[in-house]
Design a protein around this ligand. Structure first.
Ligand SMILES: Nc1ncnc2c1ncn2[C@@H]1O[C@H](COP(=O)(O)OP(=O)(O)O)[C@@H](O)[C@H]1O
Ligand SMILES: [Mg+2]
Length: 244
């Protein structure tokens, strides 16, 4: 199997005042891979997602997408280069219905879609994420999982090569979780490359090809889900030293 590196981050560093949130982070992700970005609360996962997506600029280090240096590009240029994300706290337009929410996303494509084309493409996207029944439901009236589906749909509207999911499966009940896992697996089969920040172990084990684990801003493990989840340093990071 040939593996093409889609994203490579190296030497990534971000401080907020005296706090080093991300410290010399590096990893590669190959096309078609799903990697889990794990670590205890406050370990720097969301900051890494913010640095990759251009929501924040690093103090040092590089982000390379498909051989192109995208470090320090503004977020909209990174999105046009092929990276889309969801947020830890869902961001949708609550007063607009689902189809309008997706249409608003389609307007941010490199080649924006409008009018009839946007409507058709938006409906197809709603089918892809299982929300077509709610095309005309205001987003604010959706259940939590459906709001999450919609936010994912808005990210997919950008036709990304790389999708960044920040705790997309968090807060779902067990049956919603199975639906969520099925949807992410479907996106993988469609060829999407995904970085998912996740705490749900079932989801990590069933979806991730590889996991990168962070603690206090730095990478402490990188390997298969089984290998990293049984790694002593990873267990200590999650449980605290008293359990080691
Ligand atoms: N915009 C910010 N300003 C100041 N500190 C921040 C900011 N964003 C994150 N931090 C801090 O950086 C550390 C890493 O945060 P974060 O990346 O959100 O962790 P995680 O997603 O792993 O829980 C935390 O100590 C957090 O308080
Ligand atoms: Mg976070």
């Amino acid at each position: 199997m040939t593996s093409h590196v889609l994203l490579s981050i190296s030497g990534l560093h971000k401080a907020f005042g005296g706090l080093i949130a991300v410290n010399q982070m590096q990893f590669d992700i190959c096309e078609g891979e799903i990697i889990g970005l794990l670590g205890p609360n406050g370990s720097g996962k969301t900051t890494v997602i913010n640095l990759i997506s251009g929501a924040l600029s690093p103090n040092d280090g590089k982000v390379v997408l498909d051989g192109k240096d995208i470090t320090n590009l503004p977020a909209h240029k990174i999105s046009h280069a092929g990276i889309a994300r969801t947020f830890q706290l869902v961001r949708i337009l609550p007063d607009l219905d689902c189809i309008e929410n997706i249409e608003a996303g389609l307007a941010y494509r490199t080649k924006p879609l409008w009018g009839h084309d946007a409507h058709t493409a938006a409906y197809e996207l709603l089918e892809r994420i299982g929300l077509e029944k709610h095309a005309h439901t205001p987003a604010g009236d959706l259940t939590y999982i459906d709001q999450k589906r919609l936010e994912l749909g808005r990210a997919l509207a950008l036709q990304p090569k790389l999708l960044l999911l920040d705790e997309w499966l968090a807060g779902l009940n067990p049956s919603e979780l199975q639906d969520g896992i099925t949807l992410v697996r479907k996106l993988k089969h469609e060829g999407l490359t995904i970085i998912m920040v996740e705490h749900v172990m079932d989801a990590i084990r069933s979806l991730c090809d590889r996991c990168v684990v962070m603690n206090a801003g730095a990478k402490i493990a990188d390997g298969s889900p089984d290998a990293v989840l049984s790694d002593g340093e990873v267990i200590r990071a999650y449980l605290g030293d008293s359990h080691a």
